[in-house]
Design a protein around this ligand. Structure first.
Ligand SMILES: Cc1cc2nc3c(=O)[nH]c(=O)nc-3n(C[C@H](O)[C@H](O)[C@H](O)COP(=O)(O)OP(=O)(O)OC[C@H]3O[C@@H](n4cnc5c(N)ncnc54)[C@H](O)[C@@H]3O)c2cc1C
Length: 250
């Protein structure tokens, strides 16, 4: 069971479904892959709330095609040793993967500034903590509104904020002229083999082309030529052979 239908939950549910379909079948002859059940539970009305509806619908269809049971509009209230409680009803399950978000480190609450639901501390346009012009917060622990919307807790936001703050502190010693502005380079989620969604704002991609682009971007973002080459070769090998180790020794 995967809790949360954002990019993390969608990617996880797709990966588990593929593992049970391809890897279990080959590695464990006594396990019937058809008996493996993957459930994805989302509290909101649809998957991938941050993506356009058509891409979210595509992701849902792909997951269902992989055998994932998708439940939307129902929140997980409790996680028990062998079950989860979904909208008041106990559903037995063997393993639970939490993909419904994280909470910022508790130190943000000690700063005396307002925090949002996820414990992120409010910052102004120059990333200074609200009410404390001598301290700054960036990345996942900072809540910044841009055009009235909170910026998502994403690596590209954290990276751009780090670069901005380093630059303006170096140049102006804290006397910031221009406010921080996040430039969205696109949101993506991979749904499984040959299937991904990519949202660039005006342009949208889905399917194999989006999946290839997803792989290229992730390889490009790795540090150093050696790592890029190594990961590319490993991915290509796994793609061609369907090999994805799922053997755990306990
Ligand atoms: C499962 C998952 C999947 C994700 N996938 C994507 C993705 O595909 N694309 C994307 O853009 N983003 C993704 N993200 C989000 C991305 O990882 C974060 O937005 C990004 O790491 C934020 O960077 P950060 O430096 O603010 O925080 P972090 O990367 O969390 O770094 C904070 C560091 O501070 C340390 N720390 C915490 N408290 C203290 C303390 N009191 N003292 C000292 N050290 C402390 C922590 O140990 C940690 O090393 C994903 C997140 C998760 C959980």
């Amino acid at each position: 069971m995967v809790v949360g239908g954002g990019p993390t939950g969608v990617e996880m549910a797709g990966a588990i479904a593929e593992l049970s379909r391809w890897t279990l079948a080959r590695d464990f002859r006594h396990i019937d892959p058809a008996s493996a059940r993957t459930l994805l539970v989302e509290a909101g009305p649809r998957l991938l709330a941050a993506f356009p509806e058509e891409l979210a619908a595509y992701a849902g269809d792909r997951l269902r095609g992989l055998g994932v049971a998708v439940i939307t509009g129902a929140s997980v209230d409790d996680v028990l040793p062998d079950a989860v409680v979904i909208a008041g009803r106990e559903t037995p399950c063997g393993a639970v993967v939490w993909g419904a978000g994280i909470r910022a480190t508790s130190i943000t609450r000690a700063l005396g500034a307002p925090v949002d639901r996820a414990g992120r501390v409010s910052v102004g346009p120059n990333l200074a903590i609200v009410g404390r012009e001598d301290a700054y917060a960036i990345g996942d622990c900072a809540a910044l509104l841009q055009d009235g919307q909170p910026l998502p807790a994403l690596a590209q936001v954290a990276k751009q904020q780090g670069e901005y703050l380093g630059r303006v502190l170096g140049e102006h010693g804290g006397e910031h002229r221009e406010p921080f502005r996040f430039r969205n380079r696109g949101n993506t989620a991979v749904v499984g083999r040959n299937a991904a969604v990519f949202d660039f704002g005006k342009h949208r991609l889905r399917g194999r082309v989006a999946w290839l682009l997803w792989a290229l971007v992730h390889v490009y973002l790795l540090v150093g030529f050696e790592k890029r080459l190594l990961v590319s070769v490993q991915w290509l090998w796994r793609y061609l052979t369907y090999q994805r180790g799922a053997r755990l020794i306990r």
